[in-house]
Design a binder for this molecule. Structure first.
Ligand code: 8GP
Length: 824
């Protein structure tokens, strides 16, 4: 008998019901009692109680999607940086306050329980966190969507700081189980690898390719429910875990001489064992290619299974029903995989398969750094994915003959540039080119970045397909990045503009009319002050450093990379320190510089910069001569849950990349939304932030994209700036002394070397003077409390554009062509 679909109202819980449910789960799910339960058990019992709500809504969503057979987006990403889910799910189900009260009656603090949850850190940085914000928005806007990724056993490493240096420790987010994931053994997939390809006669007499796999790997899906704000739609994030398969081909084993079967098992499980901790590229590593293929092949099979359940083997609706977004080049191999499935397994002609394939895929580029555009050696491809290499050759041949040759007849140079295969001593497969050729749309992530993708990265592709290239400026979910992380400001906004802003962030613009209002300014700055006081305690607990909430909190949080220029911030702090030493009365408002950042374990200079920041911090923070005017804090183990504490407390947001290098940035949006003033270059989304907030409310400095290009074209010589600016010279020379590393001179010299002998590729010295001036401006503004409050309020109130709901709506209209699905 069909059960009646429950409405949101039927599902709503009150405090007593939730409390009873938590206690019941504590006893029956966790097997403990109120007297004995650890905070962790209470957290898990709370999650289990919330899950009762989540699962009802998940089932309801899945039944509705199946019945309506709606077009859906499948977001393929090697990274999803979800952070913690408890507070997010409670907020999205409108249960946060109720839960707070229920736990209160049990003598517990919800915020303490939330601290029990390990971050789900299955990503490196921006791209992974963007994917997490996007699936939140997709569910919130009731779009049928599935996120697909890898169920890494170990997420991004935990960072410890020992004597100032980064030490990497394994992340063990699910060591004791994670209440938010559901294993789905009924949807296990088997994935082939290695082996060889045979050409045989097919049933219809034509030739057919058969891939005889050397081995097969099992893909076990784990589903994380993704609860939309309001709780109507609950989509899933499906993460694949690799396991050894029972399959074993003895012929291939004997012929190929593969390692023994125990090692095979261990190897199979290695595939999803660990997230590669590089935020650029790991091309070249066999395991990485296998990781990529593994999750793409599992996902394509899953998509196929669901499609065939509704449509059988009639693929005429496939492209109308299925959209697949490739989050950077990591999932590119999904393109030849879909071709393989359609041609080899479903017996479509090449032409019919290709007509479907390129309409299904779209690709988002997240970085212009050349080293981040993945390339895999042809020989590696041939070994791991022999059939895919053949398919790639065929796609390439058709592309070059049918499109490039007619457009640029006889132009071999253009062919060599656009070819998916890079010729040379080591022949390589260019995944970026494959993505562009195999996708119907290609987008960058901020206006300027999309322009550079079109003009500098893929100009010939843009000439071939002008309509293919587009922009979707990034956004962040205001539920996590304001409502949940800054409850006092959220409450103030509720009072002033009503409660719709978490869905319609543009509504905050009405707050600008109070930007000059003294009493509103005071309320706004009192909240900032309170957030800073909370952070003061966290800083003390994590680092032992005392800072005062009186000071300006100046925050740079992001991965450590030369292009993001933490070194510029560092040398500027050193300059301030020198000024204070030379003149203890140097006129500046006290400032706390706060960093949070992980360096890729193999990136030596990035790690040296972390070390230098910590050594500078030790010296500065303990120097009585500067009367506490300057403090430096490096917060260890930067992650989503720490960002949630730092961002509401930021006065100043450091967005100081070399213009043209930061595709967008999203931390810039989060900090401005929480009332920080951006000190930034005209790069990525900073440009659009300054447009929205007004340039007069940001401290913009440095060379713009054209000036960077012009300076590089002229021939940039960092020594020109070193010799011309005595302060800069003195600061750089300081690196060679033992001032910050007593008894060990030269420990910090690598930074100076990179900025001088190394040619300063990111123009740090060229932008130093302008950066220093921008900081003076910040200082002047801050000393005028009314002026500062006004700027901070305007920044927060004008960030409506950077709601990830808006980004998703842009994807829907420009790329995905989806319809929202009413769940009831
Ligand atoms: C980042 C960009 O650096 C950042 O500007 C942007 O806001 C973010 O993507 C989201 O679009 N890029 C990456 O995180 C990235 O390229 N990571 C991959 C290599 C792992």
């Amino acid at each position: 008998m069909a059960t009646k679909k429950k409405t949101d109202q039927d599902l709503q819980l009150d405090k007593d019901q939730l409390k009873a449910s938590i206690v019941r789960h504590l006893r029956s799910t966790l097997g403990t009692s109120e007297q004995k339960a650890s905070p962790e058990a209470w957290w898990k019992a709370t999650a289990a109680a919330v899950n009762e709500q989540v699962y009802e809504r998940l089932t309801r969503t899945q039944q509705t999607h199946f019945k309506k057979d709606t077009r859906a987006i499948h977001y393929l990403s090697a990274e999803f940086l979800m952070g913690r889910l408890t507070s997010n799910n409670l907020h999205n189900l409108s249960l946060y306050k109720i839960c707070e009260e229920a736990l209160g009656e049990l003598g517990l603090e919800l915020t303490d329980l939330c601290e029990q949850e390990p971050d789900m850190a299955l990503g490196n940085g921006g791209l992974g966190r963007l994917a997490a914000c996007f699936i939140d928005s997709l569910a919130t806007l009731n779009y049928p969507a599935v996120g697909y990724g890898i169920h890494y056993e170990h997420g991004l490493f935990r960072q410890e700081i020992q004597d100032g240096r980064q030490i990497e420790r394994p992340d063990t987010w699910r060591e004791y189980g994670n209440p938010w994931e559901i294993c789905r053994p009924e949807s296990v997939q088997e994935i082939p690898l290695y082996g060889y390809v045979e050409t045989v006669f097919g049933d219809n007499g034509g030739l057919k390719k058969v891939w005889h796999a050397g081995r097969k790997i099992k893909g076990v899906p784990w589903d994380i429910p993704v609860v939309g704000f309001g709780g109507h739609t609950v989509n899933i994030l499906r993460l694949w875990e690799s396991r050894a398969s029972e399959f074993f081909d003895w012929d291939v084993f004997n012929a190929g001489g593969y390692v023994d079967s125990q090692a095979e098992k261990a190897q199979a499980e290695t595939i999803s064992k660990v997230l590669y901790p590089n935020d650029e590229t790991d091309a070249g590593k066999e395991l990485r290619l296998i990781q990529q293929y593994f999750f793409c092949a599992c996902s394509i099979k899953d998509i196929m299974r669901r499609y065939k359940r509704a449509h059988g083997s009639d693929f005429s609706n496939f492209a109308a029903q299925i959209a697949i977004q490739l989050n950077d080049t990591h999932p590119t191999v999904a393109i030849p995989e879909l071709m393989r499935v359609l041609v080899d397994e479903e017996d479509l002609t090449w032409e019919a398969a290709w007509a479907i394939c390129y309409r299904v895929f779209s690709y988002t580029n997240h970085t212009l750094l050349p080293e981040a555009l993945e390339k895999w050696s042809v020989s590696l491809f041939e070994k791991v994915l022999p059939r895919h290499l053949e398919i790639i050759y065929e796609i390439n041949a058709q592309f070059l003959n049918k499109l490039v040759e007619p457009k640029w007849p006889g132009d071999d140079a253009i062919k060599a540039k656009l070819s998916i295969i890079e010729e040379g001593a080591v022949r390589k497969v260019r995944m970026g080119n494959l993505c562009v050729i195999g996708s119907s749309k290609v987008n960058g992530v901020a206006e300027i970045h999309s322009k550079l993708v079109k003009e500098d990265l893929f100009p010939e592709f843009a000439a071939l397909w002008p309509e293919k290239m587009c922009n979707v400026t990034n956004g962040v979910t205001p539920r996590r990045w304001l409502l949940a992380c800054n409850p006092e400001l959220a409450e103030l906004y509720n009072e002033v503009v009503g409660k719709e802003w978490p869905l319609q962030l543009d509504k905050l613009r009405a707050v600008t009319q109070f930007a000059d209002d003294k009493s509103f300014q005071q309320q706004f700055m009192r909240i900032k002050r309170h957030n800073k006081e909370k952070l003061v305690k966290v800083i003390k607990a994590e680092t032992g450093i005392d800072v005062s909430a009186e000071a300006i909190f100046d925050i740079q949080i992001k991965r450590l990379h030369e292009y993001k220029r933490q070194q510029l911030n560092l040398i500027h702090i050193m300059a301030l320190y020198r000024r204070l030493l030379a003149n203890p009365d140097y006129d500046m408002h006290p400032r706390v510089f706060i960093f949070g950042s992980k360096a890729a374990p193999g990136y030596k200079l990035a790690k040296d910069i972390i070390y230098a920041i910590n050594k500078l911090a030790e010296r500065v923070n303990n120097d009585a001569r500067i009367q506490g005017k300057l403090k430096v804090v490096f917060m260890p183990n930067y992650r989503v849950s720490l960002a949630e504490k730092l961002i509401p407390a930021a006065d100043v947001s450091e967005q100081i990349s070399t213009a043209g290098y930061e595709a967008s940035g999203t931390g810039n949006m989060k900090m401005a939304l929480n009332g920080a003033i951006t000190i930034g270059t005209l790069d990525g989304a900073n440009i659009e932030i300054a447009e929205e907030a007004g340039a007069e409310n940001c401290a913009i400095f440095g060379l713009n994209v054209d000036e960077v290009k012009a300076l590089k074209a002229r021939g940039y010589n960092p020594y020109d700036f070193y010799y011309a600016n005595s302060e800069l010279k003195a600061v750089l020379d300081w690196f060679d002394t033992d001032y910050f590393t007593p008894g060990r001179p030269g420990e910090l010299s690598s930074i100076k070397r990179s900025l001088l002998e190394g040619g300063d590729p990111y123009l740090t010295l060229a932008d130093f003077a302008s950066y220093s001036d921008a900081h003076k401006l910040i200082d002047t503004w801050y000393r005028d409390p009314a002026l500062w409050a006004k700027k901070a309020i305007i920044n927060s109130a004008t960030m409506g554009k950077f709601n990830s709901d808006r980004s998703i709506q842009d994807y829907v209209e420009r790329i995905w062509n989806l319809k929202a699905c009413d769940i009831g």
